[in-house]
Design a protein around this ligand. Structure first.
Ligand code: ZN
Length: 276
C-alpha cells in the first residue's frame, strides 16, 4: 500500500461516470459530498456558455483535472484527418475556457489501414495541434487503450507505445494518461509507469475495475472492488514513481447509470476509500 492519504483530497470524478447528470448537477452533487476534483467530458459542455460553466466551477471550488476528450486522428481519408485537427483545436479552446490544464487524447485508429500508419498519423496530429497547446498552456495526454479497441478507437494499446511516442515528440506538454482498465494486464506496467514518470510524462491516473465476466466492452466497467484489477497496487506504483495528481474515477456502466446517482456517488466514495 502506498503512502497515500486515505481521504478525498485527491479524488476526481469524470462527469461521464455520472452520465445522467449535466454539468450543473455534477458540480453541485460532487462538491456537496466533498469531491472537488472533476474531469469534464465535452458532451456536458454542448450548448453551454463556457464562461458561465467556469463561474459555476469556481463558485463550488471545483478543480478541473482534465477535459475528455480529444484525439481520433487517424483516417484513410485526409479530409477526416483535417477535421479531426479542427475538432482538437476546439477542444483546446474549450479546455482553456473552463480552466482544464489537460486534454485526454483517445488517439484513434482506422481499421482500413495498418496500426503503424495510424500511429504515424497520431504523431502527426499531435504535432499539428501542439502550437495551440503551447499558446494556451493546455497539456495533452496520450491514453493507451486496451488492445480490444485497436480496430477503431486507438492504435496506442500499451503504455510502452505511449511512452515511446511521448519521448519522440519530446515536449513538456505531451505526456501519458495511465488508466488501470486499459493497462492492468501488462506485465511491464510497473516498469513503464516508472519510465513514464522519470521522463515527467505521467500526467493522469484513471481508475475503475474489470468485471469478470465483462458483458460489454464499452459500458460494463466496474466500480473499484467489483472486479479483478489490482488497483491499489497500481496506485502504489504510480505514487511511488512520484505522481501527485488526482485519482480519477472513470466508469462507463449501463448498470450504474440506471441507479440513483446520489447513492452511486456514495458508493464511489466508499470504494475509493477502501478499494483504491
Ligand atoms: Zn481513461
Amino acid at each position: 500500500m502506498a503512502s497515500s492519504m486515505k481521504d478525498l483530497s485527491k479524488l476526481c470524478v469524470h462527469t461521464l461516470t455520472t452520465k445522467p447528470w449535466g454539468i450543473e448537477a455534477c458540480v453541485k452533487n460532487y462538491s456537496e459530498v466533498g469531491i472537488y476534483g472533476i474531469t469534464i467530458w465535452r458532451n456536458v459542455l454542448e450548448n453551454k456558455n463556457l464562461n458561465e460553466v467556469r463561474a459555476l466551477l469556481d463558485d463550488y471550488s471545483m478543480e478541473v483535472v482534465s477535459l475528455c476528450r480529444g484525439g481520433f486522428f487517424p483516417s484513410v481519408d485526409k479530409g477526416k484527418r483535417d477535421s479531426a485537427i479542427e475538432d482538437n483545436l476546439i477542444a483546446i479552446e474549450q479546455a482553456a475556457a473552463v480552466g482544464a490544464p489537460l486534454i485526454v487524447l483517445v488517439c484513434g485508429a482506422d481499421g482500413r489501414q495498418s496500426l503503424e500508419i495510424s500511429r504515424e498519423q497520431i504523431t502527426e496530429g499531435i504535432l499539428r495541434i501542439l502550437p495551440a497547446a503551447k499558446s494556451t498552456g493546455v497539456k495533452l495526454s496520450i491514453e493507451p487503450l486496451h488492445p480490444m479497441y485497436a480496430g477503431d478507437r486507438s492504435a496506442i494499446n500499451t503504455i510502452k507505445q505511449a511512452n515511446d511516442m511521448a519521448e519522440m515528440i519530446n515536449s513538456d506538454l505531451v505526456g501519458v494518461a495511465v488508466d488501470v482498465y486499459h493497462l492492468w494486464w501488462d506485465d511491464t506496467l510497473k516498469a513503464e509507469i516508472k519510465r513514464c514518470a522519470d521522463h515527467d510524462h505521467l500526467f493522469a491516473f484513471h481508475v475503475c475495475d474489470w468485471n469478470v465476466p465483462t458483458t460489454d466492452f464499452l459500458n460494463d466497467r466496474g466500480l473499484m472492488g467489483d472486479g479483478c484489477i489490482n488497483i491499489s497496487e497500481i496506485r502504489g506504483w504510480v505514487e511511488d514513481a512520484g505522481f501527485k495528481g488526482f485519482n480519477e474515477v472513470e466508469i462507463f456502466s449501463d448498470k450504474y447509470w440506471a441507479t440513483d446517482q446520489k447513492l452511486y456517488l456514495e458508493k464511489i466514495k466508499q470504494a475509493y476509500l477502501t478499494k483504491t
